[in-house]
Ligand binder design. Structure first.
Ligand SMILES: CC(C)(COP(=O)(O)OP(=O)(O)OC[C@H]1O[C@@H](n2cnc3c(N)ncnc32)[C@H](O)[C@@H]1OP(=O)(O)O)[C@@H](O)C(=O)NCCC(=O)NCCS
Length: 377
């Protein structure tokens, strides 16, 4: 047996920590959150229940849910300085950059930023859950030359976000589709952004720093940014009759097809069927089947050619598009959900902390003589 642990590029297959938050049932290809099948959660719960589950380890009773929802509503405010920051951002700033900066700024207005007790971190997580949709909506409206819309007093996370973006109440099928996507996005093990959050707090830093860094990690197109990239790809393909040829050409050029593939799933992302169902429902409601047909051909071509299946970002992309959500908001919406998972991991990491500090294989020059600056050629 070798003395050193095996090296695995990209940490593929490496067990980098312990968690009680989620697991993939590989036999059934289902994701379980705190022991609950995600499919049951999408069918029977709303996003707030899943966020509560992640933060408290148990699903809420009706009374606990109502209390949680009331606490979220009470936190739907932003410090005026953060609103100014959003107002003053360049109109073409990417909403993920805006969100990363605004979340970081929230850290210095929270009296509990430095309190790393689990209770304080649950309270801060609740504030982030309430405030992130406000940042997304206000930032978007400023970029369009519009004023922010005050939160709706009775809508939940999904409905209120759509309401604050548009200034009008969303249709029930839209609220349901967005809510299901939020449930599906909430938690997914040691993915890159969650691992980032855990690395950050493993130094005994704080939740705001962890979430700020996690937003940065999520933004890239190999991770959360894939939902935006997938929609740009679908738009570039343009129509179902172009789809197969487009994919074949892209594969021949060794291009990555955005919204496909996953480190943890090689036989398909367990979250895709529930989101595809939502996509079909929204398409039927708006009477536009174009994107569903196009996406289906891309999917079938990828499976036939490469045996690579779509991940959650793929059906989310066209479902959000059919709901008229601006493309640059897709990844920020992912953040508005995943923040529950990040916070739960932060609390878990701090509960049994050990500094995360891996080793590396040195591949550079072994040793060479130092030469003073004036003597170097
Ligand atoms: C998610 C992702 C980064 C996982 O990466 P990974 O586990 O490191 O897998 P690899 O990138 O090593 O892929 C293995 C093989 O499948 C191919 N592959 C994986 N995803 C692919 C995709 N979306 N399009 C085309 N080929 C893909 C790779 O090119 C590689 O082929 P090779 O062995 O011939 O070089 C990768 O699938 C990807 O880049 N997908 C597109 C971006 C995306 O949708 N991200 C969201 C993830 S939820």
């Amino acid at each position: 047996m070798s003395e050193k642990p095996a090296y695995s590029p990209g940490l593929e297959g490496v067990i980098a920590g312990e968690s009680a938050l989620s697991r993939i049932d590989t036999e059934r290809n289902h994701l379980l959150i705190c022991g609950y099948d995600l499919e049951d959660l999408t069918e029977g719960a709303v996003y707030e229940e899943v966020a509560y589950l992640l933060l408290h380890g148990e699903l809420p009773t009706r009374a606990q849910l109502e209390e949680f929802e009331a606490a979220l509503r009470a936190e739907r405010t932003l410090p005026p300085q953060v609103v100014d920051l959003l107002r003053q951002a360049p109109a073409d700033a990417h909403p993920m950059d805006l969100l990363r900066t605004a979340v970081s700024a929230l850290g210095y207005f929270d009296m509990e930023t430095r309190d790393n007790s689990p209770q304080a971190n649950v309270r801060k997580a609740l504030r982030l859950l309430a405030k992130i949709p406000l940042i997304i909506a206000a930032g978007h409206r400023f970029s369009q030359g519009l004023q922010p819309v005050a939160p709706h007093p009775s809508l939940g996370q999904a409905g209120n976000l759509l309401y604050m973006l548009r200034g009008s109440e969303p249709a029930p099928h839209e609220v349901r589709a967005l809510d299901v996507s939020l449930i599906l996005y909430a938690e997914h093990g040691f993915n890159a952004s969650t691992f980032t959050a855990r690395v950050v707090v493993s130094t005994l830093s704080d939740l705001y720093s962890a979430v700020t860094a996690a937003i940065g990690a999520l933004a890239g197109p190999l991770h959360g940014g894939a939902n935006e990239a997938a929609m740009h790809m679908l738009m570039e393909i343009g129509s179902a009759d172009q789809a197969e040829a487009w994919v074949l050409d892209a594969l021949a050029k060794k291009k990555k097809i955005m919204g496909f593939g996953h480190r943890e799933y090689k036989k398909g992302d367990s979250r895709v069927p529930a989101m595809k169902k939502m996509g079909r429902q929204v398409a039927a409601a708006v009477g536009d089947n174009r994107w569903i047909e196009l996406a289906e051909i891309v999917e079938q071509t990828m499976i036939a050619q490469k045996g690579i299946y779509p991940n959650l970002d793929f059906p989310c992309a066209y479902t959000y598009y059919l709901m008229n959500i601006p493309i640059p908001l897709y990844t920020p919406i992912f953040v508005s959900s995943r923040v529950a998972g990040w916070a739960a991991h932060v609390i878990e990491q701090l509960g049994r902390n050990r500094l995360i500090r891996p080793a590396h294989l040195y591949r550079g020059i072994d040793q060479r003589p130092f030469v003073a600056v004036d003597k170097r050629s």
